[in-house]
Design a protein. Structure first.
Length: 252
């Protein structure tokens, strides 16, 4: 009988030791799992922090580039307005058969002075190399793509067409009616471009020249009000505002 109770006691002690060991092992496993989860959480937090900083830096670079683009847009708008005004003065002089003045050559030079949109896409290319999804805000991401991939590209096509028309005018319209082209005073701020007519008095009745003159001025008007002001200037300004707001939100 005594042996029987001894066996039960030893069995109970053995089972208690096993239970304690099992609980200890489970506890160790739980601690390891918790440690892994904490490490993963810290790693994810650190990765998110790095991505957040990277996103802010890319957005700031894009904003810097857009600000430079905006300055060029504003400058080109002022140049086109000047060209249109000069064109109106020449047209008025020819339609009213006003006598030639030296300013006519300056007005014509100003009318045909080409503008070119000097823009930068380096920050956008950097974003594409890192992955567009670096920008977490889907609406802002779409807006950036819309400006750089759609708006800029379509605008540059229009500008190329305008440049080609300018060259066509210089080569085929002005070449038989003016002494020379590309006459600039590089010491002057605006370069004082000049186109001096060979026979000014014949220009008022020159249908081909007057057609080109008025049509080119009309195309400048469209370039100014539709492509520069309504499209690219508004698009850049809206994107700048969106990026500024997003940077402020990310830096909070």
């Amino acid at each position: 009988m005594i042996n029987f109770f001894r066996k039960i006691r030893q069995k109970t002690l053995s089972e208690n030791k096993f239970s304690k060991y099992l609980l200890y092992a489970i506890g160790e496993i739980v601690l390891v799992v918790i440690g892994i989860l904490i490490a993963l959480q810290i790693n994810n937090w650190n990765q998110n922090r790095i991505r957040n900083i990277e996103e802010i830096n890319v957005l700031k670079d894009i904003r810097t580039g857009l600000k430079k683009d905006k300055k060029d847009i504003v400058f080109n708008i002022s140049r086109i307005k000047s060209s249109i005004s000069s064109g109106d003065k020449v047209i008025y002089a020819l339609e009213n058969k006003l006598p030639y003045r030296d300013s006519i050559s300056l007005y014509l030079g100003d009318l045909m002075f080409p503008v070119m949109f000097m823009h930068s896409t380096s920050a956008f290319e950097t974003l594409k190399s890192k992955g567009i999804d670096l920008i977490k805000n889907p609406e802002l991401r779409d807006e950036i793509i819309s400006v750089y991939d759609a708006l800029y590209n379509s605008f540059l096509k229009v500008e190329t067409m305008m440049t080609e028309e300018n060259e066509r005018g210089i080569k085929h319209i002005f070449s038989t009616r003016f002494h020379e082209a590309y006459v600039y005073d590089l010491d002057k701020k605006g370069f004082d471009a000049r186109l001096t007519p060979i026979e000014y008095n014949t220009l008022s009745s020159d249908q081909e020249f007057n057609y080109f003159l008025k049509t080119y001025k009309n195309r400048l008007y469209i370039l100014l009000h539709i492509h520069y002001r309504a499209r690219i200037q508004n698009g850049v300004e809206r994107l700048l505002e969106s990026i500024h707001e997003e940077i402020g939100r990310l830096e909070e």
